[in-house]
Each structure stands twice: as structure tokens, then as C-alpha cells.
Ligand binder design. Structure first.
Ligand code: AMP
Ligand code: MG
Length: 338
């Protein structure tokens, strides 16, 4: 594997959430045995950036694909200017800090929000992109994280609700509650991965693997004609896989309670929030992995189905196009298809 010409931001990588970095490293090491056996004519190369608060990598096989790969990674970085909650120059930041004023946003963000809103309206008990005020109460990067008080959680919850996001047409949006903040963490990486995949395919790339912090998208098959083998992490052992799935032209996206979390007084507080309680969803699930064609949908659903819990999630599957879902519940792997 070539290591030159990488655009790795080492400093940022080591500032990123340790658990995510580990799970990423684990996932990727799980891929390499598969990639290594790809034949003499097509050894894999990997390019990396730190973007969207995580490590983003593309593995590809032909020198001719390198420009397209670098462009896709630049595009990924550029998407921060649309979706970041923390970059004051991003379109989402401006909308979140508009103090209830009508705000014009880029067309791509407007269309994206309109699409995501449909799911938030349909599944408000499980999927809510207006949870920003609640997410802000949990600091997973702090050395001394605090468990938010009931009062803080109910105050934050009073500033949520998709019905308070008003789409006015002509790319204009008004957040009807000044304390409301959109949080697109559940869906942005899936959407961006899909756009990067399109860019690569349009540039003629026929075989590649994209990894956006554990959201894995396969373009085609490996050059030797076999499917890509993707590991699903064992939530209880960060250096072990519980299962591998073989995919081509499909993606594998996981939401897990081990990705961003802290433990206080023996209780795990993680980043997948029950919109009703404002607390991490507790239903016995440790992770949900969705395998399907479209990574936007897979990302959205991995979060939604995790929060719903396994039984309700299985009942919801019929609403969606073909999916293969892996639930890990109390240490046990269970599969479902629709
Ligand atoms: P993912 O890792 O794709 O499951 O996304 C998790 C992120 O989605 C969290 O870090 C929050 O930013 C956001 N989030 C948490 N709970 C929810 C929820 N119930 N609905 C929508 N977004 C959520
Ligand atoms: Mg998600």
C-alpha cells in the first residue's frame, strides 16, 4: 500500500474522539486482509482527510483514479461549510444562529432539509433533527463530563420540534424558536458519502471503498471480482468484529452506543438520544447496522432504528426499500430483512 501523497491531518486525528478513532482503525484493519488479496495488478491505495469531525478515507486501485479521489475528498471537506454545527462560516451555523430571523440557505441544504424533514415528521418519537439544544448538554470530548440535570434536559427539550422549522420557499427557512438548533449528525455523513460516490462514479471509478468514520460505501467489487468484506464491530470489544458482511455497490452504516459516550457512576451516556426524554436511548441495543444501496437512507435509518429499539424497528422495516439490518442487543447479533 502506498503511503505517499496522503493529506492526513495528524493533529486533528489525534484530537478527534478516541472511541471513534479506535472504531475507525478497527474497521479499517478489518478491511485490509480483504484488500490485500486483490491481485498483483491492482494493489490498493488509500487517501485520507480529517473532515466532519472524523477520519475520511478512500481506497482505490488504479493510478488513473487518483485525481477523482482527491476531488471527492476535497468535496467532503467543503461540505463542512454547509453542514457543520460548529463552524461559524457554515450555512447550518448561520441558520441555527439567526435568532428566529428568516434565513436564505444554499439550495443544496434547503433540499436536503426538506427531504430529512419528511422522516422527522413521520417518526418524531425516534428521529429528530432539532435536538441540537439537547445534544449540547452531553460533552463527549470533555475529560470530566457532566450528566445534565432533569431541569436542563427539560429546558433543552422545550427548544426542539420539527414543527418549529418553517420552510418558506425560495431557499428561505425560519426557525420559530430562537433556542432551537438543527443537528444533522445522524444524516450528514450518509448524504455526503453518497455525493462523493457519485462524483467518483461519474469520473469513471469502478472499484473503490469509501469510509466516512465508519460509514462504508462500496463502489463496484474488488478488482479481483470478489465483494468487499466489511467488519461489524463487537460493541463490547473494540478490537473485535462480531460479523463480516460482503457487499458490492452497497453501503454498511452503523449507529452504536460505543461510538461517542462517557461513563459516569457506572452508567453509559451515549450520543443516540431519545427525543421524548432527551436522554440516551436505553432499550438493550448496542448497535444497529444497516446494509442497503443508499448511504443517506442507511445513515438516517441506523440512528432512527437504534432509538426505536429492536421490536419497534422490525415493525418499521416494511416502510423502506430493501434493507438488511443487524441488531446487536445485549451482546447478541440478530438479523432482519424486509
Ligand atoms: P449516527 O452516528 O449516524 O447514529 O448519528 C448520531 C448523531 O445524530 C448524534 O451525535 C446526534 O448528533 C444526532 N442524533 C442523536 N439522536 C438523534 C435522534 N434521535 N434523531 C436524529 N438525530 C440524532
Ligand atoms: Mg446515522
Amino acid at each position: 500500500m502506498k503511503t505517499q501523497n496522503k493529506c492526513v491531518n495528524i493533529t486533528s486525528i489525534f484530537h478527534c474522539n478516541y472511541a471513534i478513532f479506535l472504531s475507525f482503525a478497527f474497521l479499517f484493519s478489518a478491511l485490509f486482509p480483504a484488500l490485500a488479496g486483490c491481485g498483483k495488478t491492482a494493489s490498493p491505495r488509500t487517501e485520507t482527510v480529517f473532515a466532519l469531525d472524523t477520519v475520511v478515507q478512500i481506497t482505490y486501485y488504479r493510478d488513473a483514479d487518483k485525481n477523482a479521489v482527491m476531488e471527492a475528498l476535497s468535496a467532503c471537506k467543503a461540505y463542512e461549510k454547509l453542514f457543520s454545527r460548529t463552524d461559524p462560516e457554515s450555512a447550518l451555523y448561520r441558520l441555527n444562529h439567526a435568532n428566529g430571523e428568516e434565513t436564505e440557505v444554499p439550495e443544496e441544504l434547503y433540499k436536503f432539509l426538506l427531504e430529512v424533514q419528511k422522516y422527522a415528521v413521520r417518526y418524531p418519537d425516534y428521529f429528530d433533527i432539532t435536538l441540537g439544544a439537547v445534544s449540547d448538554l452531553y460533552d463527549f470530548k470533555s475529560e470530566n463530563p457532566e450528566v445534565p440535570s432533569d431541569a436542563a434536559v427539560s429546558e433543552a427539550l422545550s427548544h426542539t420540534g420539527i414543527e418549529k422549522v418553517s420552510f418558506l420557499g425560495d431557499r428561505k427557512i425560519r426557525l420559530l424558536d430562537k433556542g432551537l438548533s438543527l443537528d444533522l449528525g445522524a444524516v450528514a455523513k450518509g448524504y455526503i458519502g453518497e455525493r462523493m460516490k457519485e462524483m467518483l462514479e461519474n469520473a469513471g471509478v469502478r472499484s473503490a471503498l469509501l469510509n466516512l468514520g465508519g460509514n462504508v460505501l462500496a463502489i463496484g467489487k474488488r478488482p479481483d471480482g470478489r465483494a468487499f468484506s466489511i467488519g461489524i464491530q463487537d460493541p463490547e470489544h473494540e478490537d473485535r468484529m462480531i460479523k463480516t458482511v460482503d457487499v458490492s455497490d452497497a453501503c454498511v452504516v452503523t449507529s452504536g452506543n460505543y461510538e461517542r459516550f462517557f461513563i459516569k457512576d457506572g452508567v453509559r451516556y451515549h450520543h443516540l438520544i431519545d427525543p421524548e426524554t432527551g436522554r440516551p436511548a436505553e432499550n438493550g441495543l448496542e448497535s444497529v447496522t444497516v446494509v442497503t444501496e443508499d448511504s443517506f437512507l442507511a445513515d438516517l435509518l441506523s440512528t432512527l432504528l437504534f432509538v426505536a429499539g429492536k421490536d419497534r424497528a422490525e415493525a418499521l422495516l416494511q416502510d423502506f426499500p430493501p434493507l438488511h439490518v443487524y441488531f446487536i442487543e445485549n451482546g447478541e447479533l440478530k438479523e432482519a430483512v424486509n
